[in-house]
Ligand binder design. Sequence first.
Ligand SMILES: Cc1cc2nc3c(=O)[nH]c(=O)nc-3n(C[C@H](O)[C@H](O)[C@H](O)COP(=O)(O)OP(=O)(O)OC[C@H]3O[C@@H](n4cnc5c(N)ncnc54)[C@H](O)[C@@H]3O)c2cc1C
Length: 397
Amino acid sequence: MDFELTDEERAFQEAVRRFGDRVLRPNERRIDAEHRIPAEVLSAMAELGLLAMPVPEQYGGMGASAVLTEIAAEEVGRGDFSMATAVFFLLEAGWGHVLARYGTDATRQEVLPAVTRGKAFLGVATTEPTGGSDLQGMHTTSRRDGASFLLRGEKAFVSGVEEAKELGGGHLTLTRSGAGSGFNLLYVATRTPGISTQRFDNMGRMGISTGALTYQDARVPEAALVGSEGKGFECAMEGFSVARTFVSAACIGAAERALETGIAYIRERKAFGQPLGKFEAIQFELVDLWTQVEAVKWQCRRAAWLLDRTLLRGDLARRSEVDRLVASVKLTAPQVAFECVRRVMMWFGAAGYTKDVGLELGFRGIMSYLVGAEGGLNIMRIILGRELLGKEFVPYK
Ligand SMILES: Cc1cc2nc3c(=O)[nH]c(=O)nc-3n(C[C@H](O)[C@H](O)[C@H](O)COP(=O)(O)OP(=O)(O)OC[C@H]3O[C@@H](n4cnc5c(N)ncnc54)[C@H](O)[C@@H]3O)c2cc1C
């Protein structure tokens, strides 16, 4: 087993870190205030190959491994502390993979080259106003009508609703199959007639919209089907495994940034005649947090390594191992990151409560992964409970 990055991986990591320092950090406050990621930032991401990284080269992507994408996600999370750019990055990486693997060639050609150039957005729509955890209880339907599907229903809390309307693009949308059993996963362009959107007023990661999509007999072509009819649920679960790994990586990058900020401060700031870092009460907190970040970071890298050997190759035989690892990383990384930000805010005292120091950006952004984005913490616990005890102990799908 080799824990070293290859020369190529290290060079890419350094390039994305430079991009984070030169482009993301100077723009993060603007991203938060203007509620959008500036076009020049998206162009720079496209130039570096950061958009939908795992998508094969024939559709404009890098064909990047999950490990390389995970490394990049960490750097994006470190660069834009508000998490908005990380969300944009990881949704396209995770769901770009699903579309590239299971979409029809017509839809791949239509969507993926534009997404990788930053000229369209790609996200996922599974959550409904009645809930996001219990996906089997969803109501939105896609009914076959000749060579197309008619969608009826509503999705809620979906990331990128406005970006997909303004830039172009859409969402891989999970719907109940009109045939009665199973689920269809469909690529649904947001500008399709019969779709309306609404932006919600979030508390954080303001640079990417979250909102509702309402479908009133919105017609999408048969070619929009991702995977086979009635089997969309499995494809969606695959996308969640991939995207949750990158969510966790972004949280780890943010955690590292919080600790770096904190270390610089407690070396300099004095109280009672000595730097804060000389007080064991603070030094030990730093050590405990660093240890937790280090542990989850390597667990996350291992999850990406496993994805490269399984799902990204189309091998589903080790699904259970993937589920276990990804759920434990997604359960841990956002909590560790949030705790790092919270503790470092306290080391700063009153200054930590100001926007000048900027820790509140991370506080608001990371919180989205605690309340539910890409699956709530208890859903990760349910997956792990099912894996550790068996399905008979977990009455949910
Ligand atoms: C900023 C943000 C962006 C998002 N982006 C997207 C997106 O792009 N696309 C999309 O489809 N969705 C998105 N979501 C929605 C997200 O997937 C849901 O929040 C999540 O699935 C939980 O659903 P819910 O919010 O309806 O909570 P509910 O399902 O109502 O659950 C409420 C709480 O109860 C817990 N809970 C539920 N069931 C159980 C149980 N059996 N045992 C114990 N606890 C349980 C949950 O963990 C949660 O804490 C986003 C959410 C946020 C906050």
